[in-house]
Design a protein around this ligand. Structure first.
Ligand code: SAH
Ligand code: SF4
Ligand code: F3S
Length: 469
């Protein structure tokens, strides 16, 4: 029997076991890939008869989907577990922890020692077995650990409960082969595995049928989709000539109903000309491209194992700007990588000044056990890291303010996502460049692409006016 069919049997068994409505709460940390995994966990839980709650007090299961890319996620998890201990003692709720952090042995050891009340721990390669794990814990009342060190297969056909009815994430590949020296992801997510082209296209077509307007293609290294297969000449099932990220974009662009396509995260070293060409040609592909820089200094980039220089990055940006009209860029930057000097950090500021990113996600370097960066001796003191971070932040915020002004008076196509969180009277949506716009409008505009005239700018959002065409 196919593994997912077997899990579906467990879903049914759990449902019968509970024979009443049970509740779950889920806390997701980390990137969009993790959020997409959580949507699958929610899908499985709902099939098992559980209903989502945000209230800790009324839940029967507390589920965590963890991230370990930076240290702060650990503090958050352990803080929450401390809180849940009482609930466990009072009500005997099930506590389950999954995700990237569970692939780290020193963390699972700590949980077993200091938080023995945790019922299930599972890793990134065993997510699909959650129904079976839950069934076993409910029937045996014993703690269970389900973690694999070998790369999990790609499973199709898991139920999914998506957070939005307008925008959907579609994971196209798992894992990473790049081993940037600061990064834990390759160790906890395994090697690159691409989904079959047919499965992706079918999923997107189904989403279009359900009324979804925007999709985001996800992968740790999204533009190396099917690269391993091409390089090693591994046979894969042909589908509409898709054999690369560029050809995948081209095919998805044809799917009727989908109006916007985004993707994260590409790696600058794999940003080939055919991908640039498709971004430019495909009308649905948003002209905001996330292009992680990490550092602007060639020596630091080499130490980071990023495989490009400052000049190569800047040349790529120039080429992309030339070939893709209205291109905007966002990026990720790490400050305080081991050995980074003040002078080297200036190069990062220099690239930021030159490129003028639409958005910059800034991170203070965080030591990750097991990575080469952690073993480097010349760690940068916290105080210096913070100083650099603040300088970068100041520069970026100044640029964003400046950039926001350019929007005022323009007409922007905005996909309306729903009511604004802060003011239910207003609607909120995003531009092609992923800027939040709030405006007054009829609720039936939700889910539609509308033209808005931008009337004012604020640091993190724009205000718009609905233009009735
Ligand atoms: N695969 C993606 C995203 C990886 S994680 C990529 O290559 O862009 C998201 C971001 O977290 C990274 O881009 C990097 O900027 C940051 N990051 C990763 N490891 C980190 C660490 N040890 N300390 C601080 N930031 C880190
Ligand atoms: Fe981490 Fe680098 Fe892979 Fe991104 S490309 S996940 S930063 S190792
Ligand atoms: Fe974090 Fe895992 Fe994503 S470590 S950033 S949740 S792949």
């Amino acid at each position: 029997m196919n593994e997912i069919e077997e899990q579906k049997k467990y879903m049914q068994k759990v449902k019968e076991l509970n024979n009443k409505k049970m509740k779950y709460m889920i806390l997701t940390m980390g990137c969009q890939l993790n959020e997409n995994d959580s949507e699958k966990l929610c899908g499985m839980l709902e099939k098992m008869g559980y209903e989502r709650t945000e209230k800790q007090q009324e839940t029967d299961i507390a589920l965590f989907n963890t991230c370990c890319v930076r240290e702060n996620a650990e503090d958050k998890l352990f803080g929450k577990l401390g809180e849940l201990k009482r609930l466990k003692e009072e009500k005997g709720i099930i506590i389950a922890i999954g995700g990237c952090m569970m692939q780290e042995k020193h963390i699972t050891d700590k949980i077993k020692e200091s938080y023995p009340f945790v019922d299930i721990i599972f890793g990134t390669h065993t997510l699909q077995r959650f129904p079976e794990d839950l069934y076993k814990v409910l029937t045996d009342k014993k703690r269970l650990e389900d973690i694999l060190d070998i790369d999990g297969k790609i499973y199709e056909g898991l139920p999914i409960k998506r957070d939005s009815k307008i925008k959907a994430s579609v994971t196209i590949m798992n894992g990473c082969n790049n081993f940037c020296s600061y990064c834990i992801v390759p160790y906890v997510r395994g090697r690159e595995r691409s989904r079959k082209p047919r499965a992706i296209i079918e999923e997107v077509k189904e989403l279009a049928k359900e009324g979804y307007k925007e999709i985001t293609l996800l992968g740790q290294n999204v533009n190396s989709y099917l690269r391993v297969e091409r390089e090693k000449q591994i046979q894969f099932e042909e589908y509409n000539g898709i054999n690369s990220f560029a050809s995948l974009l081209k095919e998805i662009n044809k799917i009727e109903g989908i109006e916007r396509i985004r993707f994260v995260s590409p790696h600058p070293k794999d940003f080939t000309d055919d991908v640039i060409e498709q971004i430019s040609k495909c009308d649905k592909v948003c002209k905001l491209v996330h292009l992680p820089l990490q550092s602007g200094n060639t020596k630091v980039l080499k130490e980071m194992n990023r495989k490009y220089t400052k000049e190569q990055y800047l040349n790529l940006v120039t080429k992309m700007k030339e070939r893709i009209p209205n291109l905007t860029l966002s990026t990720d930057i790490i400050v305080g990588f081991p050995g980074e000097t003040d002078e080297e950090f200036e190069d990062t500021l220099d690239v930021v000044k030159k490129v003028k990113f639409e958005q910059v996600y800034m991170f203070i370097y965080s030591r990750r056990v097991g990575t080469p960066g952690d073993k480097m001796e010349n760690q940068v003191p916290d105080e210096i890291k913070h100083k650099r971070f603040n300088r970068l932040k100041e520069l970026v915020e100044g640029q964003i303010e400046e950039n926001n002004k350019k929007y005022v008076g323009t007409i922007q196509k905005v996909l309306v996502e729903g009511e604004s969180k802060n003011n239910k009277e207003l609607l909120t949506g995003r531009t092609d460049s992923n800027k939040v716009v709030i405006f007054e409008g009829d609720k039936n505009l939700i889910g539609q692409m509308v033209d808005l005239k931008i009337i004012s700018e604020h640091m993190w959002y724009l205000k718009g006016e609905f233009i009735n065409k």
